[in-house]
Design a binder for this molecule. Structure first.
Ligand SMILES: O=P(O)(O)OC[C@H]1O[C@H](O[C@H]2O[C@H](CO)[C@@H](O)[C@H](O)[C@H]2O)[C@H](O)[C@@H](O)[C@@H]1O
Length: 329
């Protein structure tokens, strides 16, 4: 039938039979007897060339499997952003991938119970321009759910706990928000004070540990002041992270960034009980207390029942400066 159709068409139009399709609209096509494989290797090469990133090193990324391709919704800016996020060659030179030492890590873990700690932004989700849209892929969610079924798993984020919970949507992990200043666990710890029993949105009993409770009214005040002051900086954004505040400048004109930073530093002089830490195009304002992601990790190990034991290996995966407190522990 195909042959008949072709000769009928050739009778009417000037055309040549090129055989099986191998390349169409930037997609490479390989056809076998029982399958057709499509690949965009050339397209990716062209994209890297376009953004002058041909020299960058490849690495594994949490690509969604069996993703249905849609006609609508292609976003050139977002595509570029994701490629840049995963291809920072210089950054990788300085900070090589932990996966390069996978065998060594497995050797250290031999016979030990793994306890997994994960950061959210930049670790479970790609860095994007709009913090409200830092979604986690379904593939990543499945991976975290599966790993959390095997090992105790906690997510320690700079975000407020409700927001990170809303992004992750898993009930087999424990959450700690506000850089570890808001921890919700099923049981709590006998070693630490300041714990309150409560019920979460799903109706589960939780013990909340919030060592920066007394700072809440001042945090609200800081948010109000900052929101007024950033109005003159187009693209700046204040994010309420409950016990902490983030002032974002990712979308601010480069020429304005130093002035914005000066404004934040001089404004915070009126709030001496708070400190400012740097992050990825963000200024993290938080109470100056001896509590951080590292202390939160210790608290969580205790509530998981590992205090005094040596047959466990905590593994922390994070990408930002506030994660270094946890790496240290
Ligand atoms: O501890 P994390 O879970 O990594 O949170 C740290 C901060 O992450 C978010 O900001 C960063 O990601 C945004 C979305 O990709 C990006 O737009 C921003 O430039 C990054 O700094 C979050 O919005 C902050 O509140 C967190 O403190």
């Amino acid at each position: 039938m195909i042959v008949e159709f072709m000769s009928a068409m050739i009778g009417h139009f000037e055309m040549t039979d090129l055989g099986l399709m191998s390349y169409f609209l930037g997609i490479e096509v390989t056809q076998t007897d029982d399958a057709i494989f499509v690949s965009q290797k050339k397209y990716i090469g062209d994209m890297l060339k376009k953004f002058k990133m041909e020299g960058c090193k490849p690495m594994l990324i949490p690509v969604e499997e069996r993703l249905k391709l849609e006609k609508e919704g292609f976003d050139m800016v977002k595509d570029k952003e994701i490629i840049i996020e995963y291809c920072h060659s210089e950054e990788q030179e300085e900070h090589p991938s932990a996966l390069d030492s996978f065998e060594d890590m497995i050797a250290v873990a031999e016979g030990k119970k793994l306890v997994l700690f994960l950061d959210y932004d930049g670790t479970l989700s790609p860095i994007v321009n709009d913090p409200e849209k830092a979604f986690m892929s379904d593939a990543m969610r499945v991976a975290v759910r599966e790993v959390a079924n095997l090992f105790p798993t906690a997510i320690i984020s700079g975000r407020c706990i409700d927001k990170v919970n809303g992004f992750v949507k898993l009930n087999n992990v424990v959450y700690a928000g506000s850089h570890g200043m808001d921890i919700w666990t099923p049981t709590g710890s006998l070693k630490y004070g300041q714990q309150n029993k409560s019920i979460d949105e799903q109706g589960n009993k939780v013990v909340k540990f919030q060592p920066a409770q007394e700072f809440l009214p001042t945090v609200k005040e800081i948010i109000q002041v900052m929101e007024k002051k950033i109005k003159t900086f187009e693209g700046a954004m204040v994010e309420d992270n409950r016990f902490c505040v983030s002032v974002h400048y990712r979308n601010v004109d480069e020429k304005e960034v130093d002035t914005l930073k000066e404004m934040v530093h001089s404004t915070m002089k009126a709030f001496p009980k708070f400190c400012i830490n740097g992050g990825k195009m963000v200024m993290e304002i938080r109470p100056s207390i001896n509590w951080n992601k590292g202390r939160a990790l210790e608290y969580l190990l205790d509530t998981f029942g590992f205090t005094g034991s040596s047959d466990f290996l905590p593994l922390y995966i994070g990408d930002d400066t506030t994660d270094e407190d946890a790496f240290e522990v």
